[in-house]
Design a protein. Sequence first.
Lengths: 215, 242
Amino acid sequence: MTRAATKNLISTAAFGLALTLGAPVRAQDVPPDQLVKTVTLEVVDLIKSDKEIQAGNRAKLIQLIDAKVLPHFNFSAMTALAMGQSWNKANPDQKKRLTEEFRTLLVRTYASALAAYSEQKFDFRPLRAKPTDTDVTVQVRVLQPGTQPVPIDYSMEKTAAGWKVYDVMVGGVSLVANYRTEFNSTVRESGIDGLIKNLATKNKSLEGAALEKKK
Amino acid sequence: MTRVLLLAALLGAATGCASTAERDPRDPWEPLNRGIYSFNDKLDTYVARPVATGYTKVVPSEIRERVRNVFANVGDVFIGVNNFLQGKFEDGVSDWARFAFNTTFGIFGIHDIATDMGYEKHNEDFGQTFGRWGAPTGPYLVLPILGSSDVRDGIGWGFDFYTDPLNETEPFAVHWGLVTLRLIQTRADLLDASRILEEAALDKYVFQRDAYLQRRRNLVYDGQPPREKEPEDDSSSDKKPN
């Protein structure tokens, strides 16, 4: 295990070096499993070394996730998947607002999860996919003493701008699928605008809670 | 006692509900479940969470890890039994090897040396065994104190309870001390997760229910569930195969 971890570290370091040395690696050429590993380790390192984040500065944590993680997520795909059949009922403007609100909510959730796991060890599983595949699952496991490892699976799709995450499964629970029932029942009861309003209210209350904590 | 509660819950649900079109087919007893859920939630807010938070403040994480290890080790015996019952002999043998090594060289499970030796910790219980045998989950069920469950897992929990190795501990005070400590430890381990749930959910009840059903399905298939059909036309006809 420790040897594997060291190996992971070395290969990641080598990969990072290749990137910084300006080797001709374009974003779209980075394999999805490497991308997940580099970004995860980088973010976890930054979380651990940042005293303000450690002390509970949520705004700074979210800023960090915003800058490092967000570019690798495809939020409109995530929102469309979470909405299921309701997605087609939304007009372009509603789609845009839904995606924005859902993105804000997901970023907060993801930031909290990463912060909670930042002290644990990660096991990056080798990718089981053909080089020609354009839709893959990248598997990471969080190793915690005394419990079964928690699997985190990233569903990723190849796009012109590189590999993008469109769903995250934690312990077999798909984040996107988990919102589907809620989104659909809200749409049934109060329409697309009702859902947008609900999401916005939720985001505002979280923002308020974060500010409250800071005082 | 728990059986009585379970029965009461079932009866109450059967008599008190007339299913409407709006209701999720996996959760026909939603009104009753929501009632129990809000009772549990209050109990958690005013008792369990404060106690667990205090525990993490007072007891250093080093010690908490040891406590977790000891209870995890005790649990490995019946995790092994369940693996055998599901026909996964290799996993069952591995669980018992874990128990043997951790109890002896790991000093009553204080140290989880088996993991370092390559014997991975598993997650099994009777509910999963019944699922593996093909038992359907039945309706979703919120149990008093215990929380999210379904009919299959509720019955499974009964078996887990009767086979709990802590039942053998004596005297009474020691037994309840250990049971309480395990509860506090378990709740403490879930502090982060429950906070994240609270942040993520629009409706905590629905979010937790859906997560529970997804999670259990994943566990029954040991992380490799067969693909589900996407609910394309109407989400209310979205039936889970298990």
